[in-house]
Design a protein around this ligand. Sequence first.
Ligand code: GRF
Length: 245
Amino acid sequence: MSVRPRTRPPVPAGQAPGQARRDRRDNRLGILISGRGSNLQAILDRIARGRLDARVALVISNVADAPGLTLARRRGVKTVVIDHRQSASREEHDRRMAAALEAEGVRLVCLAGYMLLLSPWFVRRFAGAIVNIHPSLLPAFPGIDAQRQALEHGVKIAGCTVHFVNEDLDAGPIIAQEAVPVLDDDTPATLAARILKLEHRLYSDAIALVLSGRLGLEGRRVTGAGRARTGRTGMQRAARRSGRG
Ligand code: GRF
């Protein structure tokens, strides 16, 4: 049986289901960050170029001086700092985030370098409506320092993954992946930079797919996303640069 993932938050208390239906075509994103914000920037750029039919309604950072906040403000995007250290528990923190996101009518929550684990409460509240980008070919190398983990393990192919967020770390159903080669002289920094270029494209592509409402979910398998990129062009480019292609 094919079940569509819910790509919008539940109807808030007191709101008629019909109202939710009227909002179906709405493409408001809420982006959670903790730092640099280059994926946020890539999404904003894609929207500005008219190549992603979405609007960033709110950027939330748990870190007050995250560079991504400055970037968002410069682009006229509403931002809010919700410092997790000011909440007694992760759920309390996440309830504050949910209230801010729902006040903006956010349909899809995008984690973009957000360094905190979400509470089960938040994941259930936005079931099927939270996506994350991770700099490895999941399920390999979840968690922090994924590129260093990949190098140390000695894999020959690395990459990035966009996935729905469930209650486990970097473990939700996979929407899109793209691969790059690992080169002999790579450091965590050079590998991260090569992967990041892909991330900037892949994340917007995956967001567009989710917003299209065309995706289905069969067990863990996300259907309707089309053929995965094999990373052929990225790999060829890197091989050429390293004089091996
Ligand atoms: C990216 O590598 C992303 O995959 C990971 O955190 C990093 C965030 O980078 N989840 P930025 O803040 O988007 O530049």
